[in-house]
Design a protein around this ligand. Structure first.
Ligand code: PLP
Ligand code: TYF
Length: 400
């Protein structure tokens, strides 16, 4: 009976890592997945994470089931990290926070809430966006369409197109926004542009839905990277925010994140939370404890929290430095006069190179540089030592 099942296509991002593992060439470079590597290109476990884990061992903590909504101490600190501990929203208990299975699981839970309580409502996603967004809304049965975002002519934001498309969406649509460090383009709106986006969303009674997977990775500052969310919240808007600790705490495989729903009253928040729990229960019953305890320990302890900020700046700083070296290399080597400054303007883990599919294939087939076919490279997987080689491969691919 399973004979009739056809082969599923590989994930366009995680499939790149699989292909990379099979390549025996010693110059190979994995710039596919957005996962932080050290200068030696090794995975990195943050020191604060090791410290928190040691504390947990010393305390002899148990592995009993968590409540459906997750670890209370985690839910408290995650909302505070996002909105700011002194945000009136928190004192007024207007935020329904439920621990999720990292960013993906939290988005999926929110999608289930939309499907159940806003039947027919559409989600607008940026063009392009993280590929899994479409899968998540498709599987949850939520209709979606795209708003213009990336302008290939300027390798920048198509702000006018974005505003027009958000204006044209049916009243009461959900507008999915990357809180900071847009994936895959590395292009964020300016603070003034965020205000205009909030204006149109408010005019059209849309509901902002933030995906915050890189808090700390855009600027190196956790607070600055939450400013888009905080400025929308300060307008008194109801909104959704999915959070992930995969990147900023390096907890990829622990699957720790949260969904936050900002409501107009604490009563509504209590009711929304009860419905999120009802949706979570038949999907996975309750979330895992390990990552939740790590986050609660790190964010909840002033000294570990400060150490985390330092490590965060180290990671974000290393990415900024390879960005600069790559730009310098490209500018020095490329004799065509092409302006590579867009690489410096982009932020976060990624750079959108503008390489098309055939050119990206050349990067991989000829140069053993693994990247997604949309031209995205993860600078988190690049070392200073490999920048020249990468610059050679990009120039060769562009001009052939
Ligand atoms: N949203 C965006 C934009 C992402 O890039 C990612 C991947 O890191 C996620 C959400 C979710 O990742 P995870 O499920 O590992 O938290
Ligand atoms: O865009 C990335 O590289 C990260 C990691 O199904 C990722 O978001 C990629 C694909 C996926 C899950 C995580």
């Amino acid at each position: 009976r399973f004979e009739g099942i056809t082969m599923a296509p590989p994930d366009p991002i995680l499939g790149v890592s699989e292909a990379f593992r099979k390549d025996a060439n010693e110059m190979k470079l994995n710039l596919g997945v957005g996962a932080y590597r050290t200068e030696e290109l090794q995975p990195y476990v943050l020191n604060v994470v090791k410290k928190a884990e040691n504390l947990m061992l010393e305390r002899g903590e148990n592995k009993e089931y968590l409540p459906i909504e997750g670890l209370a101490a985690f839910n408290k600190v995650t909302a505070e990290l996002l909105f700011g501990a002194d945000n009136p929203l928190i004192q007024q208990q207007r935020v329904a926070t439920v621990q999720g299975l990292s960013g993906t699981g939290s988005l999926r839970l929110a999608a289930a809430l939309i499907e159940r309580y806003f039947p027919g409502a559409k989600v607008l996603i940026s063009s392009p966006t993280w590929g899994n967004h479409k899968n998540i809304f498709n599987d949850a049965g939520v209709p979606w369409s795209e708003y213009r975002y990336y302008d290939p002519k300027t390798v920048g934001l198509d702000f006018d197109g974005m505003i027009l498309d958000i204006k044209a969406a049916p009243e009461g649509s959900f507008i999915l926004l990357h809180g900071c460090a847009h994936n895959p383009t590395g292009i964020d709106p300016t603070p003034e542009q965020w205000e205009k986006i909030a204006d149109v969303i408010q005019q059209k009674n849309h509901i902002p839905f933030f995906d915050v997977a890189y808090q700390g990775f855009a600027s190196g500052s956790l607070d600055a990277d939450a400013s888009s969310v905080r400025s929308f919240a300060a307008r008194g808007l109801e909104l959704l925010v999915a959070q992930s600790y995969s990147k900023n705490l390096g907890l990829y495989a622990e699957r720790i994140g949260a969904i936050n729903v900002v409501c107009s009253s604490s009563d509504a928040a209590t009711r929304v939370k009860s419905q999120l729990k009802r949706l979570a229960r038949p999907m996975y019953s309750n979330p895992p404890i390990h990552g939740a305890k790590i986050v609660a320990n790190v964010v909840g302890d002033p000294s570990l929290f400060n150490e985390w900020k330092e490590e965060m700046q180290l990671m974000a700083g290393r990415i900024k430095s390879v960005r600069q070296i790559l730009f310098d290399s490209l500018s020095a080597k490329d004799k065509s006069g092409k302006d590579w400054s867009f690489i410096l303007k982009q932020i976060g883990m990624f750079s959108f190179t503008g390489l098309n599919k055939a050119q990206s294939d050349n990067m991989t087939n000829k140069w053993h540089v693994y990247m997604t076919k949309d031209g995205r490279i993860s600078l988190a997987g690049l070392s200073a030592a490999k920048c020249e080689y990468l610059a050679d491969s990009i120039i060769d691919s562009y001009h052939n």
